[in-house]
Write a protein that binds this ligand. Structure first.
Ligand SMILES: Nc1ncnc2c1ncn2[C@@H]1O[C@H](COP(=O)(O)OP(=O)(O)OP(=O)(O)O)[C@@H](O)[C@H]1O
Ligand SMILES: [Mg+2]
Length: 404
């Protein structure tokens, strides 16, 4: 039983010099289930490492409790928490061989020699290090060093593994293969793992669930696809997904039962786009069957609300290619211009401009695009997200977005 539970945990580092200390972690509550792979993700400085260090016991919370396996460990020193931590800088002992690096922690704990030997050999076999046990770290590749660091955690057979950006020193290809190895390792060990990264691809591919942090606070905790399909707020919507979600600020009105959204005319002066003035406001009726959230329940016909519509790049199409299906169920079309195209191989990321606004469409490969050429972007509003401009919270979610 190695559930990790944080309950209303806060941490402010002591102020240094003239600067008042801002909270690094603000009232975080999070339960990591036994055997779960939980990823903590967020931009630099959002408190990921601090949260991990609080679980490890390297920092003490100012408020709240940290529990491991049902026991509150706020005052338990790190060595007695039955956790193992892997850092970005592998921190291997340069003068010890791989075998000795792996065995070091066990020797400190005075385990019998035979037991140490067994555990080290088993970990080395799991991590494909059996052939390099006699080498010094300097004679290893970056990926091998990283695996030794993971191996040092494995041999301790801890209740909980803590990883702080363990792959960020590796090049892109090695990062992808090591990522796959860690996923397999977790499947084999079925251990509770708390994994910090600022890389949303790592978060999406590795996590059973992902906890998105921003400015020391939890934004949303959910399985990867739920985060992608139903972000709880603007921050999560913009952070998860690459290229990121397109945002259209506008005004929401109710006419009868229908919700109508009007985008303010883009401001050409702001972007210095003199030739593209006179963008009239664009108005759309939102599809019916929207799942209503929060204050939309009390939205009255005369109300107007500032909102932000979010649409992922895969939900913008070239209106000219939609064919006869479009005639039956026409999608709203935004008249945009091509800025530039990024051919990715399997798809192309098309950067578009609408007045001062820029947006990205994920389109099929194989077509040449000329900067400045018109591109009628059909908006698949069945997959749109809507956020309250004042609070950033998701207001409405369409069934299609929730299920696909
Ligand atoms: N020892 C410290 N003393 C004072 N402030 C600190 C200390 N460690 C971190 N901080 C501050 O606390 C905040 C959270 O830092 P933390 O290292 O947890 O962020 P992070 O999410 O891990 O960022 P990164 O992705 O850059 O590693 C930051 O504002 C940071 O400057
Ligand atoms: Mg960090």
């Amino acid at each position: 039983m190695s559930r990790v539970v944080l309950d209303q945990v806060s941490k402010t580092y002591p102020a240094s010099g003239k600067t008042a200390g801002a909270p690094a972690v603000r009232g975080v509550s999070l339960a990591v289930e036994d055997g779960e792979f939980m990823v903590l993700v967020g931009p630099s400085g959002c408190g990921k490492s601090t949260l991990l260090r609080l679980v490890a016991g390297l920092e003490t919370p100012d408020a709240g409790t940290v529990s491991i396996g049902g026991r509150v460990v706020n005052t338990v020193p790190p060595k007695d928490r039955d956790i193992a931590m892997v850092f970005q800088n592998y921190a291997l002992y340069p003068h010890l061989t791989v075998f000795e690096n792996l065995a070091f922690g066990l020797m400190l704990r005075k385990l019998p020699r035979a037991e140490i030997e067994t555990r080290v050999r088993a970990a080395a076999a799991q991590l494909d290090l059996a052939g390099v046990l006699d080498r010094l770290p300097k004679a290893l590749s970056g990926g091998q060093r990283q695996r030794v660091a993971v191996g040092r955690a494995i041999v301790r057979q801890p209740q909980v593994f803590l990883f702080d950006e363990p792959l960020s020193n590796l090049d892109a290809k090695l990062r992808a293969t090591t990522r796959a190895e860690l996923i397999r390792l977790h499947q084999r060990l079925q251990a509770t793992m708390l994994y910090v990264t600022h890389d949303q691809v790592e978060a999406m591919t590795m996590g059973d669930r992902i906890c998105v942090l921003h400015d020391g606070s939890v934004q949303q905790v959910a399985p990867p696809l739920e985060l992608y399909n139903s972000p709880a707020n603007l921050f999560v919507a913009g952070f998860i997904g690459s290229p990121p979600m397109n945002f259209f600020p506008g005004t929401l009105e109710k006419t009868g039962d229908a919700l109508r959204l009007t985008f303010a005319a883009a401001n050409p002066a702001a972007a210095g786009m003199v030739s593209q003035s006179n963008h009239p406001p664009v108005s759309f009726t939102l599809p019916s069957g929207a799942l209503r959230l929060s204050d939309l329940q009390t939205f009255r016909p005369s109300d107007k609300k500032s909102v932000i519509l979010g649409l992922r790049p895969e939900h913008l199409f070239d209106a000219r290619t939609l064919g006869s299906a479009a005639a039956e169920k026409p999608l709203p079309v935004l008249e945009t211009q091509v800025e530039f195209a990024e051919p990715m191989g399997a798809e192309t990321h098309l950067h578009l401009r609408h007045g001062a606004a820029t947006l990205v469409a994920r389109v099929p490969p194989g077509q040449a695009y000329v900067p400045g050429q018109p591109f009628p972007a059909a908006l698949d509003l069945a997959h749109a997200h809507l956020f309250d401009a004042a609070t950033g919270l998701a207001m409405i979610r369409f069934p299609a977005a929730a299920s696909s």
